[in-house]
Design a protein around this ligand. Structure first.
Ligand code: HSE
Length: 442
């Protein structure tokens, strides 16, 4: 272990109060210990954990911690005079929001990994920090250990971003890329992701796309200076994707990825989270396992890609600790409260493009009745809605007992038109099971 050498023990101490000691909190404690000397050399000060608030003080922990530091009283941690920075790692939008606002009122700087709270009540929390003159850092909230927030707010501060494509949920990416590699069923792989500590306490937030929508809302604020209502983001989870979709996507030259897209469309922001077929030639197609990546297209720089570990104990702890170090630097230089973490001085509320007006290619997998004219009827229904077909595959031997798999790849079509066509198809007697619909990004 990399303990601080004796001559450094006189370094100034900056007190940290941790709220939450789950996977990420334990990682922060571990990294603080493991890299203690390196942190002192970089910072010229020591970050010292003064107290840790947990829900259940008796629960066995993943790290050795002096039991005297542990309490179940969140406010007691926040209100300690020797705590300079409150590190919120509880998650959720209730207690966590209240705790952050309380800490800010008590003039404590705040580090959070809480994408949900920032996406849903970020304006309130940022305004409080501005009013009270404290720092609020959140690098771990998006793409875990990939320093994407610093890249967007500092590295690209001079450029104008048009669009971002991202893989921002590690659990979903792990599930789909494992399904691609092994063709194993969904539930089996989800269990593996959970035991690797990737998933949220409620994994439906991951696989249902909400976690990615929260992250996308934060990215939109950083890229476009806009706030959007998370409820308006078009969100579809990955639970409908099956191993067979990888076989079929591969035959068309695609792979299925959990994608999010944000694009500035002038009058509104296009914001969407859904699984998508992306060409195998795209760099994002090789982002596998639980890795995250963000592809950014900006006017002066052109394309840039940010890649790394976006979930899990140590990658997330790296991001949290980088924020603690940044605030400690500000404390030392007397420059706290500069609101450096806002990418724009004022965020402007902007509408989201309605889902019906989004467009993309579509991959449609139907289980159809095997009888003459079915393909013709189906394509006529699509044609009536101005949906043009790019490719078709029909799979499976003739069997009157079982549906035939008919897979259609369309050219760019409006979401609203596709919904209309699917409703018409479902209303008829052509299909024997609900269709699988996956958008195609090109
Ligand atoms: N559950 C999240 C993920 C963790 O899988 O990406 C990081 O936010």
């Amino acid at each position: 272990m990399d303990r601080p050498p004796k001559q450094m023990s006189a370094a100034r101490e900056i007190g940290v109060g941790l709220l939450g000691l789950g996977n990420v909190g334990s990682g922060v404690i571990k990294l603080l210990e493991d890299n203690a000397a390196a942190i002192v050399s970089r910072l010229g000060a020591r970050l010292v954990v003064r107290a840790v608030a947990v829900r259940d003080a008796q629960k066995p922990r993943q790290v050795d911690l002096d039991p005297a530091l542990i309490t179940t009283d969140v406010n007691a941690v926040i209100e300690r005079d020797d705590v300079d920075i409150v590190c919120e790692l509880m998650g959720g939008t209730g207690l966590a929001r209240d705790a952050m606002l309380h800490a800010i009122e008590r003039k404590k700087h705040v580090v959070t990994a809480n994408k949900a709270a920032l996406a849903v009540c970020g304006e309130e929390i940022f305004s409080a920090a501005e009013r009270c003159g404290v720092d609020l850092y959140y690098e771990a909230a998006v793409c875990g250990g990939v320093p994407i927030i610093r890249a967007l707010r500092e590295g690209l501060a001079s450029d104008r971003i048009d669009v971002v494509y991202g893989i921002v949920n590690g659990t979903s990416n792990f599930i789909l890329s494992t399904m691609d590699a092994d063709r194993r069923p969904f539930d089996d792989i989800l269990r593996e992701a959970q035991s690797a500590g990737l998933a949220e306490a409620d994994p439906s937030l991951d696989v249902g796309g909400i976690d990615a929508a929260h992250k996308l809302a934060i990215l939109i604020s950083l890229c476009f200076g806009a706030t959007v209502s998370v409820g308006d983001i078009f969100v579809e989870g990955i639970t409908g994707v099956a191993p067979v979709d990888f076989d079929l996507a591969e035959r068309f030259g695609y792979v299925v990825k959990p994608l999010c897209i944000a694009r500035d469309r002038g009058s509104a922001i296009e914001a969407r989270v859904h699984p998508a077929l992306i060409p195998r030639s795209w760099l994002l197609a090789s982002v596998s396992d639980s890795k995250n990546a963000l592809y950014v297209k900006s006017r002066a720089l052109g394309s840039s890609l940010y890649y790394g570990a976006g979930a899990g104990m140590m990658p997330t702890a790296v991001a949290v600790l980088s924020d603690l170090i940044e605030i400690a630097r500000n404390v030392q230089s007397g420059s706290t409260g500069a609101l450096a973490t806002r990418s724009y001085r004022k965020l402007v509320p902007r509408p989201v493009v309605p889902a019906a007006d989004l467009s993309s290619g579509f991959y449609l997998r139907f289980g159809v009745v095997d009888r003459p004219g079915v393909l013709g009827t189906l394509t006529t229904i699509l044609g009536r809605r101005k949906i043009s077909i790019a490719q078709v595959i029909q799979e499976g031997p003739r069997d009157p007992e079982r549906p035939v798999q008919l897979v259609v790849l369309t050219h760019e079509a409006r979401e609203g038109d596709m919904r209309g066509a699917l409703a018409d198809i479902k209303a008829g007697d052509l299909i024997l099971e609900p269709p699988v619909v996956i958008r195609v990004a090109r």
